[in-house]
Design a protein around this ligand. Structure first.
Ligand SMILES: Cc1cc2nc3c(=O)[nH]c(=O)nc-3n(C[C@H](O)[C@H](O)[C@H](O)COP(=O)(O)O)c2cc1C
Length: 188
């Protein structure tokens, strides 16, 4: 696929068909995404691939519970608009994707969020290039339960930086509108 076509075809996918994603394919996408630029080439990222639907459901429930807890009755929480879906026991934040990939790393690395976001962007483009669909799912990133973190291999000093649902798209939505870029100045 031509690069410009790829960046248009890469959309957030929220409907997946039932087909599983092979671990080998996920490995190829990860191999692509670690080519992302990152501060000092320190490559602070680690990857957790979850392809078990029972575990994905547990992670969805855990994250929903924690976000609702944090939100409490605070009307200025940035998550307030998501309250109804978070309270819906049938709503899976990962849209029933067959695979979820967490990108995580040492929480004391100052550039962790940026480095992992760049890796995530590469991940999503590589997946789209291979006919797969992704969605960055922040609503699935708040995992605190010690048992679950242990199952994920996340030690206390590791933070989840990016959370990506991955699968074969049931359909690719159109391009959501973008505002005109605000170019403050061009100085020639
Ligand atoms: C940091 C970040 C967090 C996001 N969290 C969610 C989320 O929790 N659930 C969701 O459905 N989409 C989430 N998205 C996807 C955005 O909604 C999506 O990128 C945006 O609407 C633009 O659509 P596009 O990706 O198709 O261009 C997130 C995207 C980013 C970059």
């Amino acid at each position: 696929m031509d690069f410009r076509e790829l960046i248009i075809k890469r959309r957030s996918i929220r409907e997946f068909d039932g087909k599983a994603v092979s671990p080998a394919l996920v490995g190829e996408i990860i191999a692509d995404c670690i080519q992302a630029p990152n501060a000092r080439n320190a490559q602070p990222w680690s990857f957790i691939v979850v392809a078990n639907s029972g575990m994905i459901k547990k992670l969805s429930d855990e994250s929903k519970k924690n976000i609702l807890w944090d939100m409490g009755d605070n009307p200025s929480s940035p998550y307030t608009m998501y309250k109804p879906i978070l309270e819906n026991v049938d709503f899976n934040v990962f849209y029933n994707a067959p695979c979820v990939v967490y990108i995580a790393g040492p929480r004391d690395v100052r550039s962790l969020a940026v480095d992992c976001a760049l890796a995530a962007a590469y991940f999503m483009l590589s997946a789209a290039d291979r006919g797969l669909g992704t969605c960055w799912v922040e609503l699935g990133s708040v995992i605190r339960d010690a048992g679950l973190r242990n199952e994920l291999g996340l030690s206390k000093d590791y933070a989840i930086a990016s959370t990506i649902a991955l699968g074969y798209p049931a359909r690719i939505p159109g391009t959501p509108p973008r505002s005109e870029p605000r170019i403050l100045k061009i100085i020639e």
